[in-house]
Design a protein around this ligand. Structure first.
Ligand SMILES: [Zn+2]
Ligand SMILES: [Zn+2]
Length: 244
């Protein structure tokens, strides 16, 4: 171990303010900048295997489509396809919680790099050269200080040379929390939540929406519908986490 001044400084800071794993709360080594301890980090589950061609849900037993998408391939979603980097397991949930609600804006960089690696595993995403983040309602973004999806989109766009369409869409309604709502309720809740403010940026283009977590896809699909109405050629979604 090199005992330089910077490391001594880090050690002293660690004694005063010990950093703990965002999931299990174990003490982290004072030189470790990672938010998770090594065992928790090792518990993250990248989605590498078979997944539904349409909605991207991992398929344990093979086949092309999940039971929801089978037989209604065109009707269920406006979104062309959905892909995600990781399964939304408890360790990732803690990590995303630290990122969004505990001011760990710096986590956008490592999480965005993880997304870039996952992007390489899904060649079907390569045709989408234009990307944008799911916008937050202005008040919410002000409260949090940043839009987590936009930070992720920025890292991915930089790493994989995609065009980031900033300010193309806005959230015009402050939708109540989706938690506790049924699928139909979530869809209703999201209706007309988005407005494409610069249609010239999306017209005729294949667009990749970036979000942190995909759950029922009600939010992303409503955004995809707004983009399609504004003339987008087709819309895919890429998220950090996928909740089954
Ligand atoms: Zn841990
Ligand atoms: Zn599916």
């Amino acid at each position: 171990m090199i005992f330089n001044l910077r490391n001594i400084g880090k050690y002293l800071l660690h004694v005063l303010l010990p950093r703990t794993c965002a999931h299990c709360k174990e003490d982290l080594h004072y030189l470790d900048a990672a938010p998770l301890c090594p065992p928790c980090r090792g518990s993250l589950e990248p989605i590498t295997g078979l997944c539904c061609r349409k909605c991207g849900i991992p398929l344990g037993s093979g086949g092309e489509y999940c039971h929801l998408c089978r037989g209604q391939k065109s009707g269920r979603l406006t979104i062309e396809l959905v892909r995600s980097a990781f399964t939304f397991n408890p360790e990732l949930k803690s990590l995303i919680h630290a990122f969004k609600y505990r001011g760990r804006k710096d986590l956008a960089e490592p999480l965005g790099l993880d997304m870039a690696l996952a992007y390489d595993r899904r060649p079907e995403l390569k045709d989408y050269k234009f990307t944008l983040a799911v916008p937050l309602f202005t008040g919410k973004e002000r409260e949090r200080g940043f839009n987590q999806s936009e930070l992720l989109a920025r890292v991915l766009a930089r790493e994989r040379k995609l065009f980031l369409l900033e300010g193309a869409v806005e959230r015009v309604r402050n939708t109540p929390s989706q938690t506790g709502l049924s699928k139909a309720g979530r869809r209703e809740n999201m209706k007309e939540a988005f407005r494409v403010s610069k249609p010239e940026l999306v017209k005729g283009r294949r667009i990749l929406i970036i979000d942190d977590v995909a759950t029922t896809l009600a939010t992303a699909d409503e955004l995809a519908r707004a983009l399609a109405e504004a003339g987008a050629r087709d819309v895919a979604v890429f998220t950090l986490a996928r909740e089954p």
